[in-house]
Design a protein around this ligand. Structure first.
Ligand SMILES: [Zn+2]
Length: 661
């Protein structure tokens, strides 16, 4: 899912009032009950760690843990004038552990349950505190199979991000649903738990015949009824979590495209848009097919290859990855890539509970960067992570998943979690990393099922042979990031000695670190393992004396770095790395880092020749915090020495660069 507030986080960090108002609305949502988490953590400080995370409430009751749902048939008749629904939901499942006295389903008290049927007979029930309690029949078979039909009606309320909505677009009726995290119960009775997928769901919608009703899976039947009404029957035959079931209706304009799978299967792509948006969205929608080829290559085949993929427009902003049919409130490529990636990470493998939502959203954010990489190369990929860095507090593991705001925190659940996937790529290397993702998506017990952080960790460890315990502990259950300080010198024996100091006053991070040693005419990469406060590395004797050593030059680690002896800045707050290459021929690259606490900095980089004549200004603007990269590609400048001057209101740095033609 992409929410309004994520978009706001990214576009306008200063718009706090809007965000606060929005968050306060979201925070009104709450639900009850219990869960245990899968990890403790050892940490060296009083900052947040998983030791504080035990026994948080969940929405799944003890009675619900004793049943396993296998099938739902939703039949929903929508009255647009009265803004009412009349529904009947057939629920099938099995009792899987010690027999409960009651079978419990979630359904908002705002809706009225007219009757519960068991074997076509009226059956006793209680509808209280948003739960329907049904007495367990005493004549169940040995497999403890049960089947109930719940008849209900009413006007659904919206909680969380929307649930079920009677909207209009351009004055015309428009129904949309968005049930993540706990909104399904606002419009249909179910066991509203992401880890208990039904094997199969039928969604049968009756609506005025000028509307097109869109849902999960395949459209298996359309029946014209009396009184200008029509019935649409959609069938989802892959396992599906309740929050991924959706209904969207409007007199859409529709068209189709095709994707051919690796085994030659043809997957239809269905697009349903507001008629006046057709021209606007068409070109970006057409890129969906290329994204499917990219993600198939990286993650494995599209998980719902026997059905469809598609987009349906809804009036809410952002997007939601409803299984086989994403609801889109925008049409940017990154939004399309994000929701498509969720078909693997979220829908094929679903977070076991919303404590572990990063397994959905961090992976989807990472996939946006993969799409950037495929169209813009490695530079675009790296820039994507610079733009989505988060250095603030909080754990990616959601400590309090009763709050929609906590679950869908744009900085932690999306940006930092995306960074974790990026960092894992750096730790494992591309080949093992993508093998790991494919293995995760095809794992016998996780695929078409659900996963926790420890399940994913096990897959990573099995594939790589590495012990990743501390990696997951520090990044998922711990807070912040490492602040490195680097000092290097040449020893008496002419060896390069590099000291790396973790200067933060919270946990120490265990990470492999690349070191780039710059020497006249040569650059050498080293990789070292780092985990303690202060570590010293002997990199041996080099042919030339280095003039700079850079830590993590490709930015695989979320970090801050201070160089004690290879930068030329008198003021350590802003770091300007030496231009590289230097001397240079066609272009030189200047990296800089602006710490978050400085905020945006108004600054200039200007280039002067040896006589002090102004030659070129690289960029003039307010610069955002984090890492940045600039290039200078001289056009008609002669060979020789130039001076590169970085100026801001409190800072001046000058370095010499040499152009050789
Ligand atoms: Zn998402």
């Amino acid at each position: 899912m992409i929410n309004y507030f994520n978009i706001l986080n990214e576009i306008k960090k200063s718009d706090c009032l809007t965000l606060l108002l929005y968050f306060s609305l979201l925070n009104n949502y709450s639900v009850l009950s219990q869960v245990t988490v899968d990890k403790p953590i050892n940490t060296c400080t009083s900052h947040k760690s998983a030791s504080r995370l035990l026994n948080r409430p969940n929405t799944v009751s003890d009675n619900q843990k004793m049943i396993d749902i296998s099938y739902y048939k939703l039949e929903i008749d929508i009255n647009l004038v009265e803004q009412q629904i009349h529904g009947s939901v057939l629920v099938e499942g099995n009792i899987i552990s010690e027999e409960p006295d009651i079978i419990e389903l979630d359904l908002s008290e705002n809706l009225t349950v007219d009757s519960v049927l068991y074997l076509d007979n009226l059956w006793d029930f209680i509808h209280l505190n948003d739960k329907i309690q049904i007495i367990v029949p005493n004549n169940l078979n040995d497999d403890k199979y049960f089947s109930f039909e719940i008849i209900y009606h009413g006007r659904p309320i919206s909680t969380g991000f929307g649930s079920f909505n009677f909207s209009k677009y351009r004055g015309i009726d428009h129904i949309w649903t968005l049930s993540e995290p706990y909104g399904s119960r606002d419009w249909w009775p179910c066991k509203d738990d992401p880890s208990d997928k039904a094997d199969s769901v039928d969604i049968i919608i009756t609506i005025p015949s000028d509307q097109i009703a869109v849902s999960n899976g395949l459209l298996v039947d359309q029946i014209d009824l009396e009184n200008d009404r029509k019935k649409f029957h959609w069938a989802e035959r892959y396992p599906i979590s309740t929050y991924l079931v959706s209904i969207t209706t409007y007199p859409y304009r529709e068209w189709t495209d095709e994707y051919i799978g690796v085994n030659g299967d043809t997957l239809p792509l269905y697009y349903y848009v507001y008629p006046d948006h057709y021209d606007m969205v068409y070109d970006n929608y057409a890129t969906t097919k290329d994204m499917l080829y990219l993600f198939e290559n990286k993650f494995g085949e599209y998980p719902f290859i026997n059905e469809k993929y598609g987009h349906v427009e809804f009036i809410r902003g952002g997007g939601m990855e409803h299984q086989t049919i994403s609801s889109l409130g925008g049409h940017s490529q990154w939004l399309i890539a994000h929701e498509l990636a969720h078909q693997w990470w979220g829908n094929l493998v679903t977070c076991e509970s919303f404590h572990h939502i990063w397994l959905n959203e961090g992976f989807a954010r990472f996939s946006e960067a993969l799409w950037q990489e495929s169209i813009g190369g490695n530079k675009a990929y790296k820039e994507y992570w610079i733009a989505h860095a988060y250095y603030g507090s909080g754990t990616i593991f959601v400590e309090e998943p009763t709050s929609a705001y906590e679950i869908f925190n744009g900085n932690l659940t999306y940006n930092k979690a995306g960074w974790v996937v990026h960092m894992l790529r750096g730790v494992l290397g591309d080949s093992i990393f993508y093998e790991t993702l494919k293995s995760y998506g095809s794992n016998d017990s996780l695929s078409y099922n659900s996963a926790s952080t420890s399940d994913f960790q096990k897959v990573c460890e099995n594939k790589s042979g590495l012990d990743l315990e501390q990696f997951f502990q520090q990044w998922i259950y711990g807070e912040y990031y490492p602040k490195y300080e680097l000092f290097w010198h040449i020893s008496d024996k002419n060896e390069l000695i590099v000291e790396i100091n973790q200067i933060q006053n919270w946990q120490y991070f265990k990470m492999p670190i690349q070191l780039e040693v710059i020497m006249p005419g040569d650059t050498i990469l080293f990789k070292v393992e780092n985990q303690n406060k202060l570590e010293e590395y002997n990199l041996g004797t080099l042919e030339n004396t280095p003039y700079a050593v850079y830590l993590d030059p490709d930015n695989w680690i979320l970090k801050e770095i201070t160089y004690r002896n290879n930068i030329l800045t008198p003021e350590p707050k802003i770091i300007i790395y030496p231009a590289y290459p230097n001397p240079f021929n066609s272009q030189t690259v200047i990296r800089y880092f602006i710490p978050e606490y400085l905020g945006e900095v108004e600054s200039f980089i200007r280039i002067f020749d040896v006589r002090g004549n102004f030659v070129y200004e690289v960029e003039t603007d307010r610069w955002e915090t984090g890492y940045g990269v600039l290039n200078w590609k001289p056009k008609n400048n002669a060979s020789g020495t130039y001076f590169l001057q970085f100026t801001s209101d409190k800072f001046l740095s000058t370095q010499k660069i040499v152009l050789i033609k």
